[in-house]
Design a protein around this ligand. Structure first.
Ligand code: 13P
Length: 250
């Protein structure tokens, strides 16, 4: 079964009501590329309004709590994301792991809570620069995959995003060979874990993806899509990435 290309924008802590016009332009353009799955993950505050404008694209959260409800001031439960119109959530982004001290066990619990609430999950992994330099990037990332993957999951609702931390927001991108080697290693680890069904899971690349490098990255072995930060904030920058994915999808 061929894996559909998946291009996801992570708006991080960017976006006000006025930004919905960009989202609408992105959704309108995405609708012209039905072979590509497109999603935008805005701040929580925009999910409801964006979902109402989504034209069949998906809208998601950037994080959720692992508990169903309770005394967790400032946090958002997976069921609340569903209630607001989200269909997916990003968990384990390096900005959560590093900035908020989230461990693999936390990420696993969040992924399990999200799946239980009916969301699809994009589970992020990635190495810091020193680990890449030391030659241990693949070991580091595979350990994250092993430790943060839910014990049991529906393959159609889980994607992995490989985001080397040093490539995020820096304009630095690993070589296509390094990306392909990492994605191939992640798929092999998934096969060990869940068997042949690993061929159905999508593995996205994230880190300084732009309209200029998307075609090359998306064509690399085992790269099934992109998780895009800065270049997802405007239609002018994001739509060329979707178009590059569509061209590869044939
Ligand atoms: P940039 O595309 O801005 O490098 O961000 C990548 C990212 O962190 C997406 O989650």
């Amino acid at each position: 079964m061929a894996r559909r290309k998946y291009v996801v924008g992570n708006w991080k802590m960017n976006g006000l009501t006025a930004s919905l016009d960009e989202a609408k332009a992105i959704f309108a353009a995405a609708a012209e590329h039905p072979a590509v799955d497109v999603a935008l993950c805005p701040p929580f505050t925009l999910i409801g309004a964006m979902a109402a404008a989504a034209q069949g694209a998906a809208v998601g959260g950037q994080d959720c709590h692992s508990a169903a409800s309770g005394a967790f001031t400032g946090s958002v439960a997976a069921s609340m994301l569903v209630d607001a119109g989200a269909g997916l959530v990003i968990v384990g982004h390096s900005e959560r792991r590093d900035g908020f001290g989230e461990t693999d066990a936390d990420v696993k619990a969040k992924a399990e809570a999200a799946l239980a609430a009916g969301l699809s999950v994009i589970l992020c992994v990635g190495e810091p620069h020193a680990v890449r330099e030391s030659g241990a990037a693949i070991d580091h990332v595979l350990a994250q995959v092993r430790e943060s993957l839910p014990d049991d999951f529906d393959r159609s609702r889980l994607a992995i995003a490989y985001e080397p931390i040093w490539a995020i927001g820096t304009g630095l991108v690993p070589t296509v060979e390094d990306v392909a080697a990492m994605h191939g290693s992640i798929r092999a680890a998934l096969s060990e874990r869940i068997g042949a069904g690993a061929a159905e899971l999508r593995i996205l690349y994230g880190g300084s993806v732009t309209g200029d490098n998307a075609a090359q990255l998306l064509d690399a072995g085992d790269v099934d899509g992109a998780l895009v930060g800065g270049a997802s904030l405007t239609a002018a920058k994001f739509v060329p990435i979707v178009a590059a994915a569509a061209a590869l999808a044939g």
